[in-house]
Design a protein around this ligand. Sequence first.
Ligand code: NAI
Length: 325
Amino acid sequence: MIKVGFFSSQKYERAFFPQQARADVNITHFEQTLTPRTVTLCQGLDAVCVFVNDELNRTVLERLAVVGVRLVALRCAGFNNVDLETARRLGIQVCRVPAYSPEAVAEHCVALILTLSRRTHKAYNRVREDNFDLNGLLGFNLYGKTAGIIGGGQIGRALAKILVGFGCRVLVSDTQPQQGDFEQVELAQLLAESDIISLHCPLNDATFHLIGEAQFAQMKDGVMLINTSRGALIDTHACIEALKSRKLGYLGLDVYEQESELFFRDLSDSIQLDDVFARLISFPNVLVTGHQGFFTREALQEIANTTLDSLEAFAEGRPLDNKAL
Ligand code: NAI
């Protein structure tokens, strides 16, 4: 029987991860994020199960090794929050859920694109106040537009399929060759020709601030930018300047560089201390959701199945299928 600490635990996850989900796996839920401060909760644990904003840096991993934790099970696809080098050195295994529902995230992108282009978020509020004025709600057709997808992996390809269905010309830029109903092009061509640009590559040293001042300069005026991947792919300050100059006509974000201070909790009674975030959401053409791209019933069930399979394999001393390391 292994003891697993389930960090950043949310109410909606508990039904999918009950305490005794599998015979050999005992789960304790912690609402706290795993950080150097909360790592003290890991005494007596064999494994930790973490999410996107838990900090698996060197300090945390070294303390986990000292108390005997031998597995970090990420219940997400990205693993940019784990210092893999240190984990390898300490003999801590790291596994993840490589694909739970690419369609969940791709469909959320489309929700952001359509909401921004047809301004349904504004229409909803207007109609509730008996305001049926159409001024300010003018949208544009997706049909015939060029959509640029940066990162043609599982989510990028799922989005490409949907956008082809809308009648878009789809461009993909990727460091690896990708097959699909799209043209694979260099990043410069994608930036120059796209009406809508959506980011679907992982965050790493090569992609940190992939979209900054120089890239905005190459884009069409009034372009729409969507990021459901990781916040730090975009230089937020450059983004605010691009919004002010109207280079950027629409911005849809499901992720934000400093989201770990904000997302996944109710801060409605607090004072917003993040001035950059406050500025971002003050623009009428910016739509932000709090990292909910993955949040469908189907995806949660798949995340639970894959994570519990990994924990069970670890408990039984079998090799893990979904190693990040
Ligand atoms: P994937 O690994 O299937 O695809 C990523 C693609 O990006 C690969 O084809 C890779 O070759 C490409 N790539 C790597 N570096 C690149 C670069 N510099 N330029 C262009 N392409 C590059 O990953 P998947 O499943 O499609 O997920 C993509 C990202 O979406 C994840 O890394 C994660 O950060 C994010 N994500 C967000 C979720 C949300 O709820 N908002 C949920 C799940 C994933």
